[in-house]
Design a protein around this ligand. Structure first.
Ligand code: F6R
Length: 234
């Protein structure tokens, strides 16, 4: 793991965007993308740059079950709003939160990932150490599936909803097995509330109790964290 400590998310987002631009220049064809507050600065930097995604493919990590693409809390909507409206890809994939058959949707998405091997996967980090919505206890070889969100994730994500009970209880998530097959990974984390998860991810044992710790086993992982998120590292 290559760990880069930056002052804040503005500096970190710029660093991550520079790495993506470099990757695209060097021939990356498929980006794996994340939502949430963490990558927002990176997306702003990409939008402001000359990077061209129009011949590329994007594959998102996850989507809430039950939310339509035009729901402003859906991850479809987030991606349109934060990136795709300004920097479109030739093809962009996000799981379908309205799919009637969750097994069929998971299988469809797994085929998307198999057909579009990810060159650079962008990740955020949950306070509980999740990556994608692979919550503690998730199998390390899992593929895309419908998952139950933990109370901690529902509470953390409720900041974006009017009421905590509006937060969906399930999501589709790319599995850790698929994430680990990406060629390169850039994980970002900002703020003191991520400090415990960051410490476990980098210095703790590799354990399903802290899903991101599996990244210790992978080459080509760059972790970009701010000083607050790094504050518990020894
Ligand atoms: C989002 C995702 C999640 C988030 C994580 C951190 O697509 O897969 O793992 O990256 O929950 O969320 P934020 O960035 O909002 O702190």
């Amino acid at each position: 793991m290559n760990v880069i400590v930056v002052k804040n998310d503005v500096e970190g987002g710029k660093k991550a965007a520079d790495m993506i631009r470099e990757g695209v220049k060097n021939g990356a064809k498929v980006l794996g993308l994340a939502t949430g507050s963490t990558p927002v600065e990176m997306y702003k930097n990409l939008i402001a740059s000359d990077v061209d995604f129009t011949k590329m493919t994007s594959v998102n990590l996850d989507e809430y079950v039950g939310l339509a693409p035009d729901n402003d809390q859906s991850y479809h909507y987030f991606m349109q709003d934060n990136l795709f409206n300004k920097k479109p890809f030739a093809k962009s994939y996000v799981p379908n939160g309205l799919a009637e058959d969750s097994d069929a949707e998971a299988a469809r998405y797994n085929k998307v990932i198999a057909d579009n091997p990810i060159d650079i996967q962008v990740l955020g980090l949950g306070r509980n150490g999740h990556i994608g919505f692979n919550e503690p206890g998730s199998p390390v070889d899992a593929q895309t599936r419908k998952v139950a969100l933990t109370e901690s994730t529902i509470e953390a994500n409720s900041r974006n909803f009017e009421h905590e009970e509006d937060v969906p209880k399930y999501a589709y998530s790319m599995g850790i097995g698929s994430i680990m097959k990406s060629q390169n990974i850039i994980l970002m984390a900002w703020g003191a509330e991520k400090a415990d998860a960051v410490k476990g991810m980098i210095e703790g044992p590799v354990t399903p109790d802290l899903p991101a710790s599996i990244l210790q086993k992978k080459d080509n992982v760059t972790v970009i964290i701010d000083e607050a998120a790094a504050s518990k590292l020894s």
